[in-house]
Every structure is written in structure tokens, then in C-alpha cells.
Design a protein around this ligand. Structure first.
Ligand SMILES: [Mg+2]
Length: 389
């Protein structure tokens, strides 16, 4: 089996006005991703996804160009089952053979960011192909699944203090969730306004539902510490991205200031970044995004680091279908996983892009049974929303 064709698209799906929300990312009017299709000479097709923007909107022209014109020529004719070898080849660039012989990485200069987003898309698609070739779900190839259904949390929560309770209760009514995440930070203007919203949320949902908050990295260290103090009695399950990813010592200072668990990692790529988070004691919960951190292969390595440091693992899955499904398989196979992110914002990149119905029941998500990653892309829908670049 050899790779015959590689094609990426910038897929941009408009979000209906009634389903849009506003956060520190502005009014979210589209859902964008780089979607990758790899086909083998015996007709198997694998799908991948690469991400280079937070929120759901962003420009993907450069990433798609890189996939089609720089990555694709390196993949044609290769055995798609060589997933780890191909990962290291793309990461190490022209020195990949020297690195392979030496037994340590010699990465290319542009080794993070868009480069690893491109590797992520390739890696996810190759796992999809390998599963389909062997007739097995990907979790089977990663060591098995620990559960058939996994607890999910409803990810959303943008409403002001007087409406956040109703918004979160609507999530519980919709999917039976026992864990909810709301947004805080710069969108509120000041920590005490965020804290008042979180207090209203806790009052509305009661003490038995897990409540998480996400600041999208928009606080200073001082603001984040103040927020922890103001919410110390609200039993938060985690405080996500209190400060920017580039301030790992600052995040460690925030973590040490109270007992609220710190979650982070959607802005981080590769095992090396998560090693630093672990060594600097910056976080309690690692949240790599499979479409940005380096794909399924790297997410599994990051989960292993979490386990070795007695930390937990809850991948960032605000994503399109290839990334979301990749996350389901990774979570099912990882010892440190415990919960799955399920977006309650408008997400046409999952719900309209694939033929399967993706839903939470009793707050749980089923781990797919089908060979590969377990979804079927609607290629007509994809082509209808592919940008001309
Ligand atoms: Mg987040």
C-alpha cells in the first residue's frame, strides 16, 4: 500500500446569525479548518485536520498551501503505515536521516506552529487509513479502549451574570451533561465581573455539577490570581489558560496561588512543550489539540507525560470532525484521560461535514466502533465550502 494522492482544502462554513456567539475572539461568524484527504493506491481514503487559529474562525491559506505544495510531494509513494517515521521526517526536515541514525531530534527551524499543524493533519489521516486497512477502530491500534462511552462536558457559557444560569441549564437539558465549561477573562473587562458570572452560574446549577472556566489566556498573572481568590469557594473543577501559553512560569505562579486546578495546552505543540509544562509545575491538566499538537501520535505521547507526572489529560476538541474523532480515540486509549470536550457553540465542521450523527446522551459520548476514525466526510458539502486560494 502506497500513498497516491494528498489534497488539502481551507474549508470555511458560515454560521447562521442566530447560532453565533461573541467572546474575546469577537463575533464568531464562520467555522474554518484545513481538511486533508490522503488516498492510497488501493483506494483507501484517510481524513486529517490541521489548525492554526483559536476559536473557530481563521485564515488557512498558508497552512493549506504548505500541505499541498511542501508536504504532499514528500508523502507520495510512501507506505502510509509508516506513521511515526513520516512524523519524524516532517519534523526534522532535511536532517531527518541523520536524526534517525543518531536517535535524537534535529528539527527544522520552523518546528512549531504551522509546521506541526501540517504534521497533525497528516498524522490524523494516516491513522484513519491504517485503521481502515486493518479493519479496526484506531483505539484498538493505540492499546484498546478503557470504556465504551466516556463522560463529556458541555463547552460554551458566554452569557452575562443574569443569563448564564439559564444558558448552562439549557446545556444540561440538551445532553444530560454533569460537567459544564464557561468563558471568562478579557470578554468581561475585569476579574470581579467574571467572578460574579461564575458565582451566578454555580448558584443556578447547584453543587453537584462540575463547573470549569476558560480565560483563553487573557489575564495577567495578577488578574488570574485575583480571579482564583474571588472564586475560591465555588469549587471549580479547573481554570483553563489563565495566562498566555508563553508565560509558563507565570502559569506556575497562578497555580501555586490557590487550590483551583489549572488546565492548559490547546496553544502548545509537541511533547517538548508539555515536558516544560510538567517540569515547571504549570498545570494539573494537559489539553493538547490533536489538530495542532502533532496529531494522534503526539497526543498519545503527551498523555504519557501527563500520566508519568501524575497529571490528567483532557484534549482540546473544539474542532472539526477529523480532530474531534481523533480525540475520542486518544481519550479512549489514554490512562490519564477522564473527560471529553463537547462544543455547545455552533459547530458545522462536525455536525454538517460528516454523515454520522454526533451527540451526547446522559452526558456521555460513544467511542466509535467503525474501522479507522469512524466518520464519513460528506465530500459534496466539503467542496461546497472549500475556499478558492
Ligand atoms: Mg480553551
Amino acid at each position: 500500500m502506497r500513498i497516491k494522492s494528498v489534497q488539502a482544502w481551507w474549508v470555511r462554513i458560515p454560521i447562521e446569525v442566530a447560532k453565533q456567539h461573541r467572546s474575546d475572539f469577537g463575533q464568531v461568524t464562520t467555522f474554518d479548518a484545513a481538511i486533508l484527504r490522503i488516498e492510497t493506491d488501493d483506494g483507501l481514503v484517510g481524513w486529517g485536520e490541521g489548525k492554526n487559529a483559536a476559536g473557530s474562525a481563521g485564515s488557512y491559506g498558508a497552512l493549506v498551501h504548505m500541505l499541498n505544495h511542501e508536504i504532499a510531494p514528500q508523502l507520495i509513494g510512501r507506505d502510509p503505515a509508516d506513521i511515526g517515521i513520516i512524523w519524524e521526517m516532517l519534523y526534522n526536515g532535511v536532517r531527518h536521516e541523520t536524526a534517525a541514525h543518531a536517535g535524537h531530534a534535529m528539527p527544522q527551524l520552523a518546528r512549531r506552529g504551522m509546521s506541526v499543524a501540517a504534521i497533525s493533519a497528516v498524522d490524523i489521516a494516516l491513522w484513519d487509513i491504517l485503521g481502515k486497512a486493518l479493519g479496526k477502530p484506531v483505539w484498538r491500534l493505540l492499546g484498546g479502549r478503557k470504556v465504551e462511552r466516556m463522560q463529556a462536558y458541555a463547552s460554551g457559557g458566554w452569557a452575562p451574570a443574569d443569563a448564564i444560569g439559564e444558558q448552562l441549564k439549557s446545556y444540561i437539558a440538551k445532553g444530560g451533561f454533569k460537567a459544564l465549561k464557561m468563558r471568562v477573562g478579557a470578554m468581561d473587562g475585569a476579574p470581579h465581573i467574571s467572578a460574579a458570572r461564575v458565582r451566578a452560574a454555580r448558584k443556578a446549577i447547584g453543587p453537584d455539577v462540575d463547573l470549569m472556566v476558560d480565560a483563553h489566556g487573557t489575564y495577567t498573572v495578577a488578574e488570574a490570581k485575583r480571579f482564583i481568590k474571588l472564586t475560591a469557594d465555588l469549587d471549580l473543577a479547573w481554570f483553563e489558560e489563565p495566562v498566555i501559553a508563553d508565560d509558563k512560569p507565570g502559569m506556575a505562579e497562578v497555580r501555586a496561588s490557590g487550590s483551583t486546578p489549572i488546565a492548559t495546552g490547546e496553544s502548545e505543540a509537541t511533547r517538548y512543550a508539555f515536558r516544560d509544562l510538567a517540569m515547571q509545575k504549570s498545570a494539573d491538566i494537559f489539553q493538547p489539540d490533536p489538530a495542532f499538537c502533532g496529531g494522534i501520535s503526539e497526543a498519545m505521547k503527551i498523555g504519557t507525560i501527563a500520566s508519568a507526572f501524575n497529571l490528567r489529560f483532557a484534549p482540546h476538541l473544539w474542532a472539526g470532525a477529523p480532530c474531534f474523532f481523533a480525540g475520542l480515540h486518544v481519550c479512549a486509549a489514554s490512562p490519564a484521560s477522564f473527560i471529553i470536550e463537547y462544543s455547545l457553540g455552533a459547530n458545522p465542521m462536525i455536525h454538517d461535514l460528516v454523515e454520522e450523527t454526533v451527540e451526547a446522551k446522559d452526558g456521555m459520548i460513544a467511542i466509535p466502533e467503525k474501522p479507522g476514525l469512524g466518520f464519513t466526510i460528506s465530500e459534496r458539502f466539503l467542496e461546497a465550502h472549500a475556499q478558492r486560494i
